[in-house]
Every structure is written in C-alpha cells, then in structure tokens.
Design a binder for this molecule. Structure first.
Ligand code: PNS
Length: 164
C-alpha cells in the first residue's frame, strides 16, 4: 500500500492541481491532499473552505482505484508525513523556475526525514502557466479564469468577490 501526500496552499485549487492528482493516482494507492495551515499568510479562502472545495472538485475527476482524501496540517510537513505513514511527497513542477524552490524544499525535507521521498510530476502543458496566485489576481481585476479552475471554484470566487 503506497501512500503519497500532495501538500499545498490550494487557495484555490486549480485545474493544474487536479491534473497532478490525476497523474498521481496511477502511482499510488492513496493520496492525501493536505492543505497547509499557515498563520503567516492571509489566504482568500479559509482552510475549511479550501478543503470543502477540494472534496467537491475531486468528486468530479476520475480517481480509479486510488483513494483520495483531503486533510489539513500545521507545522512541519515531514512530521505530518511520518504521522500519516506516507511513502512520498508529491509536488507539481510547471516550469524550470519552479525547480529551484522545489529542489531546496525536497532536499531540506530529505534531510529532516530521509525515509520519505519527494516525487515531482509535470503538469499538462495547458496548465504550465496557471497558479492560484495569478488566478486570484486576474479574477480580482475582472478577468476570466474559465478553464483554469473548476467551475465550482469560479462560483466560490464569484461569491467571495461579491460579483454577479
Ligand atoms: O502550494 P504551496 O504554497 O507552494 O505549498 C508549499 C508547502 C505547503 C508545500 C510548503 O510551504 C510546506 O511544506 N509548508 C509546511 C512547513 C514546512 O514543512 N516547511 C519546511 C519546508 S522545507
């Protein structure tokens, strides 16, 4: 039984994240999509809102025989990974610019907990420029994010920004 943790802010979940989960399910028996609780950041959506949106969005994608669960964690990712008896951490890489930061984290995490490997997966080219940060910025300024996030996320953003 192979368990992976897919950690992130997911503020909000994008189609790029869902693409990574779709790829990840072919490699692992269980994926724990873990929303980080970071008191230093001021997210658009609360941890509870992000978890609920993820659960709803995951209901709409094919996960086959892989069990996908949504959770949250606070503190060190590696402590959480050990508590979950995870074999691996999964992170998506969009462009080479992601690589430096991801490499630093992966090596630091390996130093903290050598038993847990980090696995990098490449998202589909169509999502290679999509990030939660840009989605929020574009939407806040009145642009369309259709096709970049699930429709239910667009609806949640509409509510948040009080748009008709
Ligand atoms: O979606 P993000 O914001 O790029 O995800 C970043 C995340 C949650 C993977 C990273 O910030 C993290 O692991 N935070 C938990 C605290 C921790 O373990 N920090 C040391 C990382 S080397």
């Amino acid at each position: 039984m192979r368990r992976a943790i897919y950690p992130g802010s997911f503020d909000p979940v994008t189609n790029g994240h869902l693409d990574i989960i779709g790829r990840c399910r072919k490699l692992f028996d269980e994926i724990v999509v873990a929303v980080v609780v970071n008191p230093e950041k001021r997210p658009l959506f609360s941890v509870e809102e992000r978890q609920a949106t993820l659960r709803e969005a995951l209901g709409e994608i094919e996960t086959g025989s892989c069990r996908v669960v949504v959770d949250s964690f606070e503190g060190l990712l590696m402590e959480y990974a050990v508590s979950q008896k995870a074999d691996a951490i999964v992170r998506g890489i969009r462009a080479i610019s992601d690589y430096e930061y991801e490499l630093q984290m992966a090596l630091m995490n390996r130093r903290l907990e050598p038993r847990v490997e980090t696995v990098f997966l490449m998202s589909a080219e169509a999502y290679s420029y999509v990030s939660s940060r840009l989605v929020k910025e574009v939407y806040a300024l009145g642009g369309s994010v259709a096709g970049l996030v699930p429709a239910l996320v667009e609806a949640r953003m509409r509510e948040k920004f009080g748009r008709a």
